[in-house]
Design a protein around this ligand. Structure first.
Ligand SMILES: [Mn+2]
Length: 310
């Protein structure tokens, strides 16, 4: 039995499923993608028959368009594919037998990881995934991904996000594959605690420094605060949305090398809908979209033009 996991490259919620997969399936490959890359990847893989090499395909924390869903539904892939997501923008997929998009369970916000984890617990008799250390880490991922600020573990969950940023995906996967196997409880070691102390300070400085760099625009009836940032996406979005809560309905973060991100506060703009203006989707309070085609080329041209004018 060979499995292919396709998951979200951008955060803990996308990376944790790789670790869970490692615990349950002896033979697997994984592919990490940006949300905006999934449609193309699925279409290409169908065309190249990539999925023929696998007995099961699992997709976590990601979704695809109705067009791709229909294509899958009309192919044999539908019998071996299961998708676990938790984004409002993907709810329409629940009409397909292979999709499980769950946003809340027992009034608790779910994540891609928790939806996949529940499936594994129900279907696999595996001791490793029942360890306290694993349960605790899954919960930290959920709290971080749903930005559950009321949780007493919110700071710890944010720290897990910082650890991922600092280690990078490969080292993070390696570290926690081993750590969770060896340890019965979840904790950050002394080196990580030191790193987190430094990183928390750096994050605060990074956010403070962005406060006077926000560009205010009106877009489709929304007051939008726009900022260029490459790091601490969620922290930047939430901090600026609350700092400018009287002036803006949402914050747009432009990360030229990755994507657009949108964040809003309770009772403010629905950024899942807003993201669709840019071909993206996500949650009501947090969403993203791909960088528009040609944007970087246009910036380069603009810079070169400015020299010629001198
Ligand atoms: Mn997620």
């Amino acid at each position: 039995m060979k499995l292919l996991l396709i998951s979200h490259i951008a955060d803990c919620d996308g990376i944790m499923p790789v670790i869970l997969t490692d615990f349950v399936f002896p033979d697997y490959d994984y592919q990490l993608l940006e949300a905006g890359e999934v449609d193309n990847y699925m279409k290409e893989s169908l065309k190249q028959h990539t999925f023929d090499d696998y007995d099961q395909i699992i997709i976590t924390d990601l979704s695809f368009s109705k067009e791709v869903a229909d294509q899958i539904n009309n192919s044999s892939l539908k019998d071996k594919l299961i998708l676990f997501d938790h984004h409002e923008g993907a709810l329409y997929l629940n009409t397909y037998p292979f999709a499980h998009v769950t946003i809340t369970k027992d009034n608790i916000m779910q994540s891609g990881t928790t939806n996949y984890y529940d499936y594994l617990l129900t279907n696999y008799d595996n001791d490793l995934i029942r360890k306290k250390s694993v349960k605790d880490m899954v919960e930290l991922v959920r709290i971080n991904d749903t930005w559950d600020e009321d949780s007493p573990l919110f700071d710890a969950s944010r720290n897990l996000g910082s650890i991922l940023c600092n280690y990078g995906n490969d080292k993070f996967i390696d570290k926690y594959k081993n750590f969770l196997r060896e340890s019965d409880t979840f904790y950050f070691n002394d080196t990580e605690e030191t790193l987190l102390e430094i990183d928390n300070r750096r994050r605060q400085e990074y956010i403070d420094n962005l406060k006077d760099k926000v560009i205010f625009k009106e877009i489709a009836g929304n007051r939008v605060g726009i900022v260029f940032a490459e790091q601490y996406r969620s922290d930047v979005g939430h901090a600026l949305a609350s700092y400018y809560k009287d002036q803006v309905d949402l914050i747009m973060i432009i990360n030229l090398n990755r994507s657009l991100s949108f964040r809003s506060l309770e009772d403010k703009a629905d950024v899942n809908t807003f993201a669709s203006l840019f071909g993206g989707h996500g949650h009501i309070r947090a969403s993203g979209a791909p960088i528009p085609d040609g944007l970087k080329d246009n910036i380069v041209d603009y810079v070169i033009d400015s020299i010629n004018k001198e």
